[in-house]
Design a protein around this ligand. Structure first.
Ligand SMILES: CCc1ncnc2c1ncn2[C@@H]1O[C@H](/C=C/CNC(=O)c2cc(-c3ccc(F)cc3)cc(O)c2O)[C@@H](O)[C@H]1O
Ligand SMILES: [Mg+2]
Length: 214
């Protein structure tokens, strides 16, 4: 039977990365997706911007919306301090199965908690079910029309504190126009655009970093 793209990405990791070495997992996925078949990972160029924001925030609690194969999850988790917690939400069970194996190959399964389900259903349960107070960093990389409703939902659920950082992928391509308009015009956010390129291409894309002002 025909394999899926996520299965082929996992294969590339298992063939080319070193068990327990997160950076080799990241490199293996980037090489596969750049040379064999494109996939919607944040990628190496935007990934460097992601790394710099993670290092600057040095978060104790991270929420990722949209795991896919776990490329950005591994990238973020590999930079977290010892007792930090990364929760990643994914509603496609097939992608979740692949991502968990990618985390295991990277040796990061103890730092990453993948929760299966839709973000709109899970965000209201964060405090009671997952013992989260607030998130220091949120990485938005799921369906682009969910960025704004989920941001409003996180505010309503008291999951953002003064200084919480939202980092959103793809604000240009495919684009998240309503989200961008909101965070750039709201007095409750301080927003900054990091110009880059769509993963593995020369097409313009970028990340929007928005600090919640409380
Ligand atoms: C219901 C809420 C909700 N709850 C939980 N999990 C959810 C969810 N909504 C989605 N997911 C999961 O997240 C991932 C989807 C991510 C969606 N990402 C892009 O569409 C995208 C596209 C391009 C691009 C494609 C084609 C082009 F030509 C150009 C650019 C580039 C990029 O970097 C991109 O991120 C999958 O794992 C979903 O199962
Ligand atoms: Mg993306």
């Amino acid at each position: 039977t025909q394999s899926t793209r996520p299965q082929r990405i996992l294969g590339a990791v298992q063939r080319n990365a070193t068990r327990g070495d997160p950076r080799s997992v990241v490199r293996a996925i980037d090489q596969y997706c750049r040379n064999q078949e494109w996939a919607m990972n944040v990628g190496d160029e935007k990934g460097c911007i992601l790394d710099s924001v993670v290092s600057e925030v040095n978060p104790a609690t991270v929420l990722e919306l949209g795991t896919y194969c776990g490329y950005s999850t591994v990238r973020i988790a590999s930079l977290l301090p010892p007792h930090a917690k990364l929760i990643t939400l994914e509603f496609n069970p097939e992608f979740a199965v692949i991502a968990r194996q990618v985390f295991a190959w990277a040796g990061l399964e103890d730092k990453i908690q993948l929760v299966e389900g839709a973000s709109g259903d899970l965000i209201p349960k964060m405090k009671e079910q997952f013992g989260v107070e607030t998130f220091d960093l949120v990485f938005l990389d799921h369906w682009k029309d969910r960025y704004l409703p989920d941001t409003k939902l996180m505010e309503e659920c008291g999951l953002l504190r003064k200084g919480s950082v939202l980092l959103a992928d793809n604000v240009i391509c495919p684009g998240a126009p309503e989200y961008l308009e909101f965070v750039r015009s709201s007095p409750r956010y301080e927003s900054q655009y990091f110009k880059s390129h769509l993963e593995y291409t020369k097409v313009e894309d970028g990340l929007e970093k928005s600090v919640f002002l409380g």
